[in-house]
Design a protein around this ligand. Structure first.
Ligand code: NAP
Length: 278
C-alpha cells in the first residue's frame, strides 16, 4: 500500500505479510483520544526491499512500527537505540526526530503495563509457555524483574537460543521443561504460544490442573477474548488477562514516544472496549 502524505503526521506499520492487522484501528483511536492529527498506514515490505524503503518513504514518516520479519533487520539503518531495544536486539517502534531515526521496543513496556492493569505482579516463579518471538520479550522482562523462570516448550532444541541469550546477557539461569511435564504452583503462567487461538479455540497448552494452583495467568492471545486457558483461570478464581491490553499498550507507548502524549489505563480500556465491540 502507498502512503499518502497529507496534512498532519504520517505513521505506518512495516512487516511482511501484514494480513489483517488491528494496528490501524488502535492507532486511529489513540490519535483521537490524544487530539493528534495523524494517519497510520500498513506497508508490506519484502525483506530484500527494506534498504530501498529506508531510502524512500520510511525516512519521510514521522515514525513507524516494525513487525515480523524486520524487527532485527531495521537496526543497521537506525542512528540509535533505546536501552531496551539494544538489550533485546529487537525494534518495534522507530522515532524520526528531525531526520535522526531511533529504535525503541514498546512490546516490553506494553507487556509490563498490561500486567499492571490486571494487577498481576511479575515476580516469584514464572512459567513461560513457548520460546518464540513474544516469549523472548516475556523472558527478558521476567529476568530483569528477578523472577525464577521456567520455559515450557514442545521442542527443547528450539528454546536453547533463548536460554543461552538470557544467560549471556542477563546472567539468568532458566529451567527448561516439556509442555507435557508442566505441574502446578507457579506464581505466574504466561502463554506465549498460539495454542488456543482462533480457530483452534478448544485447545489449551497446559491442563486445568496446572492452572488451578497458580497465582495468575497472562495469555498473549487476544482472539478469542477468553481462551480455554483463561477459562480455566476464571473458573478457578485465578487472576488473569488476555493479550489485547498488551497490544493496545505497545501502540500507546509508541505514540507517547512519537507525539509526547500520555495515556492512562482508562484510555486503554476505552480502546479495548471499542475493538471488542467491532
Ligand atoms: P512464534 O515466534 O512463532 O513462537 C511461537 C511459540 O509457540 C514457539 O515456541 C512454538 O514452538 C510454540 N507453539 C506454536 N504452536 C504451538 C502449539 N500448538 N502447541 C505448543 N506450542 C506451540 O510466535 P510469536 O510471535 O511469539 O507469537 C506467539 C503468540 O503470541 C501468538 O498467538 C501471537 O498472536 C501472540 N502475540 C501477542 C502479542 C500481544 O501484543 N498480545 C504480541 C505478539 C504475539 P515451536 O518452536 O516448536 O514451533
Amino acid at each position: 500500500m502507498r502512503i499518502e502524505f497529507k496534512n498532519g503526521k504520517s505513521f505506518a506499520l512495516i512487516g511482511n505479510p501484514l494480513g489483517h492487522s488491528l494496528s490501524p484501528a488502535i492507532h486511529k483511536e489513540l490519535f483521537a483520544l490524544s487530539g493528534v492529527s495523524a494517519s497510520y498506514s500498513l506497508l508490506e515490505i519484502e525483506p530484500e526491499k527494506l534498504p530501498a524503503a529506508f531510502d524512500n518513504e520510511l525516512r519521510r514518516l514521522n515514525g513507524f512500527n516494525v513487525t515480523i520479519p524486520h524487527k532485527l533487520a531495521v537496526i543497521p539503518f537506525l542512528d540509535g537505540l533505546s536501552p531496551r531495544a539494544a538489550l533485546f536486539g529487537s525494534v518495534n517502534t522507530v522515532e524520526n526526530d528531525n531526520g535522526t531515526l531511533k529504535g525503541h521496543n514498546t512490546d516490553c513496556s506494553g507487556f509490563l503495563k498490561a500486567l499492571d492493569m490486571a494487577e498481576i505482579e511479575l515476580k516469584g516463579s514464572v512459567l513461560i509457555l513457548g520460546a518464540g518471538g513474544v516469549a523472548r520479550t516475556f523472558a527478558f522482562e521476567s529476568a530483569l524483574a528477578g523472577a525464577d523462570i521456567t520455559l515450557a516448550v514442545r521442542n527443547p532444541e528450539k528454546a536453547a537460543g533463548l536460554r543461552n541469550e538470557l544467560k549471556e546477557k542477563l546472567e539468568t539461569e532458566t529451567k527448561l521443561i516439556l509442555l507435557d511435564e508442566v505441574g502446578g504452583g507457579y506464581d505466574l503462567i504466561i502463554n506465549a504460544t498460539p495454542c488456543g487461538m482462533f480457530p483452534n479455540v478448544q485447545a489449551a497448552p497446559i491442563s486445568e490442573e496446572a492452572v488451578k494452583n497458580s497465582g495468575a495467568v497472562f495469555d498473549s492471545i487476544y482472539n478469542p477474548k477468553e481462551t480455554l486457558l483463561l477459562k480455566y483461570a476464571r473458573e478457578n478464581s485465578v487472576k488473569h488477562s488476555n493479550g489485547l491490553s498488551m497490544l493496545v499498550w505497545q501502540a500507546a507507548k509508541a505514540e507517547e514516544i512519537w507525539n509526547g502524549v500520555k495515556f492512562e489505563n482508562d484510555d486503554i480500556t476505552k480502546v479495548i472496549r471499542g475493538l471488542e465491540n467491532e
